[in-house]
Design a protein around this ligand. Sequence first.
Ligand code: 4NP
Length: 149
Amino acid sequence: MVCLGNICRSPLAEGILQAKADAAGLNWEVDSAGTAGYHIDEAPHELSQKVAKQNGVDISFQRGRKLRKEDFIAFDKIYVMDSENYNDARRIAGDYWKENKVDLILNETYPHENRSVPDPWYGGFDGFIEVYEMLDKACDKIIKRYTSR
Ligand code: 4NP
């Protein structure tokens, strides 16, 4: 799960998908990273932690890190939150880029529409709730695909 700061959106996406995978009995390792290094080793934004906790998901132990090109080998699938993340991820990956591994996460909910998860960084708690709900739906779609075959 990749966003810009690895402090608001992608920590939520990591926590939500990991919780759903665990509940579904899938042995998945879910991780998150940022395309920028502004918040390395920081805990998630307090409002991301708050909305997660309200929904029974603990993300307080997560720490920010920057996306690295080796992630494109280590992980089977890489979801980005917006088109800027997509372009930044491609730049970071360089010759490790794997086009078919990378997608905008909202293409799970709205196939081929290339919608973005809005950055809640500059807004209030409502924005974090909206992001949580978008990611929750997208992660349900991901889990459904892997449990219905
Ligand atoms: P995120 O949000 O990409 O969802 O983690 C942001 C966090 C920090 C900044 C921008 C976006 N920042 O400019 O520091």
